[in-house]
Design a protein around this ligand. Sequence first.
Ligand SMILES: CC(=O)SCCNC(=O)CCNC(=O)[C@H](O)C(C)(C)COP(=O)(O)OP(=O)(O)OC[C@H]1O[C@@H](n2cnc3c(N)ncnc32)[C@H](O)[C@@H]1OP(=O)(O)O
Ligand SMILES: O=C([O-])CC(=O)C(=O)O
Length: 373
Amino acid sequence: MTASTKGLEGIVATQSSISSIIDDQLSYVGYRIDDLAENSSFEEIIYLLWNQKLPNKSELDELKSQLAENMDIPDAIINHLRSYDLNTVHPMAALRTAISLLGLYDNEADVMDEQANKRKAVRIQAQIATIVTTFSRIRKGQEPVKPKKDLSYAENFIYMLNGKEPEDIEVEAINKALVLHADHELNASTFTARVCVATLSDIYSGITAAIGALKGPLHGGANENVMKMLTEIGEEENAIPYIKEKLANKDKIMGMGHRVYRTGDPRAKFLREMSKELTKLTGQEKWYNMSVKIEDYIKENKGLPANVDFYSASVYHSLGLDHDIFTPLFAVSRTSGWIAHILEQYENNRLIRPRAEYTGPELRDYVSIEQRG
Ligand SMILES: CC(=O)SCCNC(=O)CCNC(=O)[C@H](O)C(C)(C)COP(=O)(O)OP(=O)(O)OC[C@H]1O[C@@H](n2cnc3c(N)ncnc32)[C@H](O)[C@@H]1OP(=O)(O)O
Ligand SMILES: O=C([O-])CC(=O)C(=O)O
């Protein structure tokens, strides 16, 4: 057995043709993230990740209408969401539970053929946006808003969240955020999804497991924590003293660093630009200015780049999203990537079962309870 590598750093654990990170350049199925971020809708990205090609007009229209047709969630899910302790339950915990529950209302949940999995993929991708927005409204004492069939995915997300049709700038920002977060090679939550379904478990189990992994602050949960940090800092002039103190205490700075990127995360520049624009529009430039100061300081002093979560925080805050909805929005986008990886795993499956290097005591004789000290 070879020696273990902490956190599996640098280990190539599978082959995949979905997304790649080479020399700090990210691409989805061979298309550069820069081109996709500038030009594509989230629905095009979903199609690309699931079919390995960009859709033509009729293929895109078909997917859009399938998603719009499937966005309604069963009343039982809404009633369940209402039954949670609305003051304390984190929306990521609610989402994890609700996706698992959704599987109970899908009579194809355990049907494992390719066509059934594709139908479930559409249903999960469509309904996850509705679950997140419905929970957000319910806990504020608002009635859920039903999706509209003529709206795009990004438009429907904002519409169901706020109950009014969105402005163009909101749609542009949410669409771009959805595109940028959709897939990222073998990140922790995607790996979790693949490990889960490699036992030939069902797609709902894979997504539920992935949501659990995304929730942690070292992964998707970082975006909420970035905003917590910015709020604690409060004013621009406090930023550097705050960061110096955190570093002196060996605390991690949320939104900074990445397991794979060394020179920079290619997605961060789009979010930085949006943060600049949106904070200006809302007259809250301090969040952007503070973020730039922190980014520059960490880059210079720790050599660490800002990751995708860093500027997404001030973007989402400027759009009026509650801070604990940031990570669920990430999950809504990453579901497209999780599903692509789950389908790829099923196509060429083998159980994922690595080994552990044992570091416990040597073999010893059993001691009866009377003889134990
Ligand atoms: C969508 C995403 O999941 S992107 C990542 C989101 N997560 C975050 O933003 C949380 C903050 N960042 C981190 O915790 C890390 O950078 C991770 C988890 C993303 C990657 O970590 P790893 O590759 O495991 O690096 P690791 O945690 O071992 O850190 C290596 C060194 O850099 C330091 N470091 C890494 N990230 C940070 C950070 N954000 N702040 C301060 N120091 C850091 C570590 O303290 C460590 O220093 P040391 O060698 O002196 O002990
Ligand atoms: O790839 C990773 O380790 C983290 C991740 O999901 C991302 O950066 O989008």
